[in-house]
Design a protein around this ligand. Structure first.
Ligand code: PLP
Length: 425
């Protein structure tokens, strides 16, 4: 009797557990369908809810032109291929439809999850102070750059604000500043030769194109700054301090490699400046793609989780991956340049990195390559004849015997570049 009672109560327990399990499974399926759509990434028609790979640039072959003119960060594809679903999102057709992201937050078009993950990332890396800063999102940091120019202009007497940066400066600064011929601001060239007091100085550090670590050069009290920190990440440079400047610009393009997501962010100290920047974004594009923000949030979360939840797994550590790839490329390029009689590069910089907690060398995103060969005046043109596309010094405000070469492209493009440079005498 006791035995029968025992077995029937065990059977009862099994039945209860089984019923709870079935209900939980149903609930999980319901939640997945309700919030993530479809059947595990399949739409109702059985189609896989992933996207066709976009074409991007043509593949590099032995005879093709190697295009290293743009800083297209395709080097990172290898890392993200390895992260699988941890960095994947599925957005059902009915979601992210409203213009609005957060009507109670400081900026109505910033997705709260994006803001949360960006602040988390800065705390993890230690490259910028986030407490006391307003966070704004933009369609690339290029849009935020324009929003910042708008917010800091015109000069107090109503005349156009001078915008300057020391040469060699990022080649987009003059063209983006002058594009609309604005009465609010105008490009005024090399900051080292600026004669006035009132200006906006663009401080790009590490600097595009030469990798230099920069501080403002204009000493006047009426000088305002925009710090462009596109490359202030551990794969490129030692993180020596947390930036705490008035306006700091960042972008996923160069941090994670997702240039096509077109997402940047600004950390802005002054509330009125931040409000003016929000106004610019409202009038320019009525906010910023929510889809991009949600994707970027997931990608940044994957990076932070990689370091905070499974730090020993190399496959989860983006900055270590980037640092290793960049260091390999720089060591090959330096060896090739040393073996040549006709080229030179800026000296290698190094320092203690608060993020990796050791002394590391810088690995700038671009090689600032100089040519000393007699008879070569236009170095960009010389390399073009050898099927290598780069960007020549004049676009950065300096001479023609130096070019900028992207170090962020695919292995195929980089290998072909090294082979071709090694053959030049
Ligand atoms: C120094 C610097 N700032 C900003 C940008 C633009 O970044 P985004 O893709 O976010 O517009 C770049 C892109 O090359 C850059 O080199």
């Amino acid at each position: 009797m006791a035995a029968r009672e025992g077995s029937s109560s065990a059977a009862g327990k099994i039945a209860v557990v089984a019923s709870v399990a079935v209900n939980l499974a149903w609930l999980a399926t319901y939640i997945h369908r309700r919030y993530f759509g479809g059947n595990n990434g399949r739409s109702d028609g059985g189609e896989i809810a992933t996207v066709e790979p976009s074409k991007g640039k043509p593949p590099v072959t032995e005879h093709s032109v190697v295009n290293l003119d743009h800083g297209d960060p395709t080097l990172y594809v290898e890392f993200w291929r390895g992260t699988g679903d941890r960095a994947t999102i599925v957005i059902p057709g009915w979601q992210t439809m409203s213009y609005f992201s957060d009507l109670v937050g400081f900026c109505w078009f910033v997705e709260p999850t994006f803001e949360r993950e960006v602040r988390r990332l800065h705390r993890l890396v230690g490259n910028a102070v986030v407490e006391g800063y307003h966070l704004l999102v933009g369609t690339g940091s290029t849009q935020l750059f324009q929003a910042a120019l708008y917010a800091l202009s015109p000069a107090q007497d109503g005349s156009p604000m001078s915008v300057v940066s020391p040469a060699p400066y990022y080649s987009s600064y003059p063209s983006v500043t002058n594009f609309l011929n604005s009465a609010l601001y105008r490009w005024d060239g090399d900051a080292n030769f600026f004669g006035g007091d009132t200006c906006i100085e663009l401080v790009c550090s590490p600097n595009n194109p030469d990798g230099a670590i920069r501080k403002p050069v204009i000493k006047s009290e009426s000088r305002k700054t925009i710090h462009d920190f596109a490359y202030y990440w551990p794969q490129y440079t030692p993180i020596t301090e947390a930036g705490d400047h008035d306006i700091m610009l960042f972008t996923v393009s160069k941090c994670t490699g997702h240039a096509g997501t077109r997402l940047g962010w600004a950390l802005v100290k002054d509330v009125e400046v931040a409000q003016k920047m929000v106004k610019f974004m409202e009038l320019n594009t009525i906010g910023v793609s929510k889809d991009s923000q949600l994707r970027a949030a997931k990608i940044i979360k994957a990076i932070c989780d990689g370091y905070e939840l499974s730090p020993s797994n190399e496959a989860n550590r983006l900055f270590h991956f980037g640092q290793r790839k960049m260091a390999e490329r720089w060591s090959r390029l330096r060896a090739t340049v040393t073996a040549s009689d006709i080229f030179s590069l800026p000296n290698e910089l190094s320092g203690y990195c608060n993020f990796v907690k050791e002394n590391v060398a810088s690995n700038p995103p671009f090689a600032w390559l100089r040519c000393h060969k007699d008879g070569v005046e236009d170095f960009e043109g010389f390399l073009r004849e050898h099927k290598i596309l780069t960007r020549g010094g004049p676009k950065f405000g300096v001479d023609e015997k130096v070019v900028r070469v992207s170090m962020l492209d695919t292995d195929e493009a980089f290998n072909m570049f090294i082979n071709r440079v090694a053959s030049l005498k």
